[in-house]
Design a protein around this ligand. Structure first.
Ligand code: FAD
Length: 692
């Protein structure tokens, strides 16, 4: 493949000794490495960092940048896939860019012969993802100031492509991509192809993406005069085994998230790039039934500078289950080499390795890859080329091209990647799959968020969580889908209590972590601050609706108000609508509510909906809201805040609809007006949601 002089200069500077890689001609970048700041070696790497995207594209010889706004990693993954495809199918010189890494004043100088993609997730109430806030505010601002100054259509030269990731169960479906698209067009930019939208709510994200991208590529090839060629797999990373190093060497990462952790001196700030290894002070089971689990855990952050306020989220960094790590390693033919030390390097300059190296295959699979997650049809297509035999190749190709077949065989069965490969070819390992291809095609493991169920006023250094353990039986399938994080937490709780491991599926975990650094029951965490907040004036009434684990933040809210009452502060009416199946099975914190009541007296009212206690009649929180319509309306007229937490797919919308209905009925106005009142409450912050 051809390379240009500029590439050589830059690469030579940054990757001395890697000359062999240059000839491979891959011009694809992966997302910003979250660990880079902690292990990038010295100022050379930092000095090379520019916030000027045009300069970056020029110096690395790119003509296509794929920006992403991502919260949970899906948008980031789609961005990487688009960049990869643009390079291998159309010869574009692509790079992926985290929106927060660049400034946008010079977008008006974006060259006509280059292209920008925007892959944008919408978060929460139609908000940008954390990494997209600044870009969003800039582009959507009254009149963004560009470097060339006043022009009516400052972005007249910019050609762009957009895809949004949203969830139709939220009111502001895909609003991020819609608003950015509208803003760009208003500024004169020229969108190529349709503005794509994927719907997680309908479960069609992947198919929406696949259906959108083909006509988009067609439009793009026409506009930019590109020629499609046969896509040949080109590795993005070089994976070099290092026989001279042993997994015991103290320079080898065995799952440590960054250099500080490797050196055994973790230090803050703790954030999405740097977890705190926190002791679990206490753990217990909240359900009283045998086949379902809900965990209460107290995470001790007193050894760190971590702070939180009531209503925040804590992120738990999971470890994959041993049985899944073993399956993956076995199916991919890595068994003998699993503890070999490997050095993973980007083949070209904008690519970043999504974990620190040198490391081992085992550590990468166990701590860094989302090996249990859903499999994409596109990835199955890519892997067809590396099938162990022709039959398996044909089957992979069919799965990759036939959406219905793929659905019936794979997605409806919730198979993970190793299960897919094993089912397609049970008797031979998939040893020909390049490890780079796995790093590219499998998402980086994501920390999972939990609504903190304690009050920072009461226990500022102890964070409670309330987590229901995911265990899904798929009709017709032989296996049970086990949630990655919650089953890991369950194992930690069992270890803490010296309980025998009762899991019939043989889930075991490397519970003491890399080099036993998590021993003594520790878990890596960080805190994410949220806007889900109690009113600053405790005398204000509040209404909370939180069935199931949706009660988590409200335990924190009530704990806080009970303490305020105890300390003689004035506390307003505090109303909770809670729901579960049966009072003797899954009533969360059943005994605690009485003690809160002792402090709050008649200021605390709890309405419990037990959905499975009356045969033939399921009672849910919405029903109890309806029964208490007058009380709700009265409190709203007294400036009560209204909070909803829990299931986003159904409950949150039904509660919102019910509130509109209550307002309409009680105030004698039509439903449309009721809906408008709820809408206004949302925008003023009087109606807050914490849903997932
Ligand atoms: P995962 O492994 O992530 O699996 C989750 C689901 O993904 C599965 O149930 C299944 O439906 C699907 N899935 C997994 N693998 C596949 C596959 N191969 N194919 C197809 N589908 C698959 N949860 C709580 O219990 N309490 C809380 O307080 C809480 N608060 C939250 C707050 C926020 C802001 C958010 C975003 C989420 C919150 N959650 C809470 C949910 C929590 O973050 C996790 O999503 C949940 O615990 C499941 O995590 P897991 O790793 O155990 O399951």
């Amino acid at each position: 493949a051809q390379i240009d002089a500029l590439d050589i200069v830059v690469l030579a500077l940054l990757l001395v000794g890697s000359v062999a890689y240059f000839t491979k001609g891959t011009y694809w970048g992966v997302p910003k490495d979250p660990y880079a700041s902690s292990y990038a070696n010295g100022s050379a790497a930092k000095a090379g960092k520019t916030r000027n995207i045009l300069e970056k594209m020029d110096e690395s010889g790119k003509n296509c940048v794929v920006f992403y706004g991502s919260q949970t990693g899906t948008a980031e993954d789609y961005a990487s896939r688009l960049a990869k495809e643009g390079s291998s199918r159309f010869g574009l010189k692509t790079m992926v860019a985290d929106l927060e890494d660049y400034d946008y004043e010079n977008l008006d100088e974006f060259p006509e012969d280059k292209i920008a993609f925007f892959v944008l997730a919408t978060y929460g109430e139609g908000e940008p993802t954390d990494n997209a806030v600044e870009f969003y505010e800039f582009i959507n601002g009254e009149s963004p100031t560009f470097s060339k100054g006043e022009e009516e259509k400052p972005l007249g030269n910019l050609k762009y492509v957009t895809f949004g990731l949203g969830n139709n169960t939220y009111e502001h479906y895909n609003s991020m991509v819609r608003r950015v698209d509208a803003a760009l067009r208003k500024l004169g930019a020229d969108r190529i192809g349709a503005a794509g939208e994927g719907d997680d709510g309908a479960g069609t994200m992947e198919e929406d993406f696949l259906a959108w991208k083909e006509p988009m590529w067609e439009a793009l090839t026409e506009k930019m005069g590109l020629e499609e060629r046969e896509a040949v797999y080109e590795p993005v990373f070089s994976v070099e085994e290092k026989p001279e190093l042993s997994a015991d060497d103290d320079t080898v990462y065995l799952g440590e998230p960054n250099k500080n952790h490797l050196e055994g001196k973790q230090k803050g700030p703790y954030n999405a790039h740097n977890p705190y290894i926190a002791p679990i002070a206490e753990s217990k089971e909240l359900f009283t039934v045998k086949d379902r689990n809900c965990l209460h855990m107290e995470i001790d952050v007193s050894g760190s500078n971590i702070t939180y306020t009531t209503g925040d989220h804590v992120a738990i960094w999971p470890t994959n289950a041993g049985v899944e790590v073993d399956r993956f390693i076995r199916v991919l033919g890595l068994e003998e080499n699993r503890h070999r030390v490997i050095n993973v390097k980007p083949i070209e300059v904008t690519a970043k390795v999504p974990f620190p190296t040198p490391t081992t295959y085992d550590a990468v699979v166990r701590y860094h890859m989302e090996i249990c997650g859903p499999v994409s049809r596109q990835f199955v297509s890519t892997l067809a080329a590396f099938a162990p035999n022709e039959k398996a190749k044909a089957e992979m190709t069919k799965l990759g091209t036939d959406a219905d077949y793929f659905k019936s065989k794979i997605s409806s069965q919730y198979l993970n990647i190793a299960q897919v490969l094993h089912s397609v070819c049970p008797d031979q390992p998939w040893s020909a799959v390049p490890f780079s291809c796995l790093i590219e095609g499998i998402n980086k493991i994501q920390p999972r968020y939990y609504s903190i169920s304690s009050s920072s006023y009461v226990q500022p250094k102890k964070i409670s969580i309330t987590a229901v353990v995911e265990s899904i039986r798929i009709p017709g399938a032989t296996h049970i889908v086990k949630g990655v994080t919650t089953n890991y937490l369950l194992a930690l709780k069992q270890k803490q209590h010296g309980e025998p491991h009762p899991d019939p599926h043989g889930l075991t975990y490397a519970i003491t972590g890399p080099r036993n650094k998590y021993d003594g029951i520790h878990v890596p965490v960080h805190v994410r601050h949220s806007n889900f907040k109690l009113p600053s004036d405790s005398a204000k009434p509040i209404i909370m609706v939180g069935p199931g684990t949706g009660v988590a933040p409200f335990r924190g809210f009530v704990q806080e108000r009970a303490e305020q009452a105890k300390r003689g502060e004035k506390v307003g009416p505090t109303i909770l609508f809670y729901g579960c199946r049966r009072r003797d099975e899954d009533w969360l914190y059943k005994d605690e509510w009485d003690s809160f009541k002792a402090s709050l007296g008649e200021n605390l009212t709890i309405f419990n909906a037990f959905s499975r206690e009356s045969p033939g009649k399921k009672v849910y929180v919405q029903h109890l809201m309806k029964q208490n319509a007058k009380l709700i309306n009265d409190l709203l007229t007294k400036k009560s805040n209204f909070y909803v937490c829990g299931d986003a797919a159904h409950m949150a919308r039904e509660v919102s609809d019910m509130l509109a209905e209550i307002i309409a009925d009680e105030r004698g106005v039509d439903l449309k007006k009721g809906e408008e009142v709820v809408k206004n409450m949302r925008s003023s912050g009087a109606y807050q949601e914490d849903v997932w």
